[in-house]
Design a protein around this ligand. Structure first.
Ligand SMILES: [Zn+2]
Length: 160
């Protein structure tokens, strides 16, 4: 299966996307409250096309999933908690046991330093500033895996 390339999201798109996500604690599932597929996966209309909500959440928080599947560690289709999403291959997605087996590895990867190259690049800063309009800077920083005090500086003064 091939995925539509994810287009540039405007601030309004990002705000609309997050407005459909019922955000909770880190460990909780963040449920999609708008339209879903028959299987319960969130759908989001962007430029007249339907996208999987989880792919867009992954895109905004961790980077473009490209041709890979965005899978759930929690097996909860409407869940959009970025911490519950991980990238798998087609066979990962079809093989539940594999998915379960990778859970630990994925969560530990999330805790470590990730994306060192794009940590404070312009794209990340922009996402941070957009997210910070919808949640606290602290939450936005945690969502993007950024250092909290750096995040404050980026949002307040526009630099790291
Ligand atoms: Zn979940």
């Amino acid at each position: 299966m091939r995925y539509l390339p994810i287009p540039e999201l405007t601030k309004a798109d990002v705000a609309r996307l997050w407005s459909y996500v019922e955000r909770g604690d880190d460990e909780e599932c963040w449920l999609w409250t708008a339209g879903t597929t028959a299987k319960g996966y969130g759908r989001f209309k962007l430029n007249g096309k339907l996208f999987a909500a989880t792919r867009l959440v992954y895109y905004l928080t961790q980077g473009d999933p490209g041709s890979r599947h965005v899978c759930h560690t929690c097996d909860n289709p409407p869940c959009c908690n970025p911490r519950h999403l991980w990238l798998g291959t087609a066979s990962d997605n079809n093989d539940d046991s594999v998915q379960k087996g990778r859970y630990e590895r994925k969560t530990s990867a999330l805790r470590g330093p990730r994306h060192p190259n794009r940590k404070y690049d312009e794209e990340t800063k922009q996402h941070l500033c957009t997210l910070a309009q919808m949640m606290t800077i602290r939450d936005a920083a945690r969502l993007l895996g950024l250092n909290e005090s750096s995040a404050y500086k980026i949002v307040r003064y526009g630099h790291t």
